[in-house]
Design a protein around this ligand. Structure first.
Ligand code: BGC
Length: 374
């Protein structure tokens, strides 16, 4: 087990149960471990970040994926608040994007088609009849390179992957870097950077499945989303192009239990799976997008982002067939995703904020997940 200290003290035994004890012992650490091999023999590594308060995030190089996030409850006991698997094999067998970095374009592109600068592009239809989360082998299924990076804010690791021109049908050689920092203010900060040699659509996000209680349904989690508008979708999950005011069912302006009105969203399988258009004073600036609170653990998650939108997905496709960490069965609505992003299918809706990245431009995004208790 190799250990990369990178200016931080080693975590030693600073795991469960007391985050407070850990606080006294260390200033944070980064630990690198082997995490198996892909079917074509590529080595995958896991990086464990521990901050000075004992919070712990684990990210693996396969998919630059957040596999564990341990945060304290109101009694100081650490618990893992993201869904995922214990080993690489289970991820390789297929999974619903647990914790991955999603792209090159997150969410759906209608019928896998778009026209850019007069040329039509065709992408894989991996979510019939649409293209979803970057295609059959999106960036969530690639092995990224990793580098421990120095940050005063806390332990950090930067993941890089260059997607070749034409990969999954997308134009341009897209260089991406995603940096995870676990700050001493108990924030998991994710910073994205991308450049291209040809115009191409880019929309990156993280697809963590949150459950602040660590188990059970999320219907009692109380959610607030700072959005007066959302983008309605058709039966296949593609935005109609309208930007509508949230009504009684869609509104999370006031903190509301997720389960309070979820059954009013019918369909197959029903439930929230929508992009919210965030209220922002200034576009591209970091602002509070969403807040989630779970009363039994007392855990609170706040999400700040520079992105214009956030996808609320309430685990509607989970059905108990996915058996995750510690043998836990992930049942219907056992987690929620809050994916900071540009609006889905923006490339086909010129009225939505632009997702086209051109040569010499930089795609940047910062999204912060702040953990606390009340
Ligand atoms: C989408 C869902 C999809 C899920 C896949 C979400 O981002 O909005 O429709 O089923 O990802 O896990």
């Amino acid at each position: 087990m190799a250990c990369v200290a990178a200016g931080f003290l080693l975590a030693g035994a600073a795991t469960e149960p007391s985050a407070i004890a850990a606080k006294k012992r260390n200033k944070g650490s980064v630990k690198k471990e082997a995490f198996g091999k892909t079917k074509d023999g590529k080595a995958v590594e896991a990086y464990t970040l521990v901050n000075k308060n004992g919070l712990k995030a684990r990210i693996i190089t396969y998919g630059a994926m957040l596999t564990e996030m341990h945060v304290p409850d109101k009694d100081g006991l650490l618990g893992d608040v993201v869904l995922g698997h214990d080993n690489l094999e289970n991820y390789l067998d297929g999974h619903p994007y647990f914790g991955v970095t999603t792209g090159r374009v997150a969410n759906r592109i209608a019928k896998g088609k778009f026209i850019l600068d007069g040329k039509e592009y065709t992408l894989a239809l991996n979510n019939d009849p649409n293209h979803l989360h970057g295609g059959t082998e999106g960036i969530d299924k690639k092995v990224w390179s990793a580098r421990v990076s120095r940050s005063k804010a806390g332990p950090a690791v930067a993941f890089s992957y260059t997607s070749p021109d034409g990969e999954e049908g997308y134009p341009g050689r897209l260089k991406m870097k995603v940096t995870y920092t676990l700050t001493d203010d108990d924030e998991l900060q994710i910073e994205y950077l991308a450049t291209t040699d040809k115009a191409t659509p880019v929309n990156l996000t993280n697809h963590a499945y949150w459950n602040l209680a660590g188990k059970g349904t999320i219907l009692d989690h109380v959610l607030q989303i700072n959005a007066d508008h959302y983008t309605p979708v058709d039966a296949t999950g593609i935005p109609t192009g309208e930007i509508l005011k949230v009504d009684d069912v869609m509104s999370f302006i006031k903190p509301t239990a997720i389960g309070a009105r979820i059954d009013k969203i019918t369909g197959e399988p029903g439930g929230y799976d929508h992009n919210y258009c965030l209220n922002k004073k200034e576009s591209g600036k970091l602002s509070l997008a969403a807040r989630v609170e779970e009363s039994t653990s007392g855990r609170v998650l706040e999400i700040f982002t520079t992105e214009p939108g956030i996808q609320l997905y309430t685990g509607n496709f989970l059905d108990g067939t996915e058996v995750g960490k510690g043998g836990q069965k992930y049942e219907f609505r056992n987690a929620l995703c809050l994916e900071a992003q540009h609006f889905p299918d923006s490339i086909n809706h010129p009225q939505f904020p632009n997702t086209v990245l051109r040569q010499k431009q930089k795609y940047t995004q910062t999204t912060i997940h702040k953990f606390s208790v009340r």
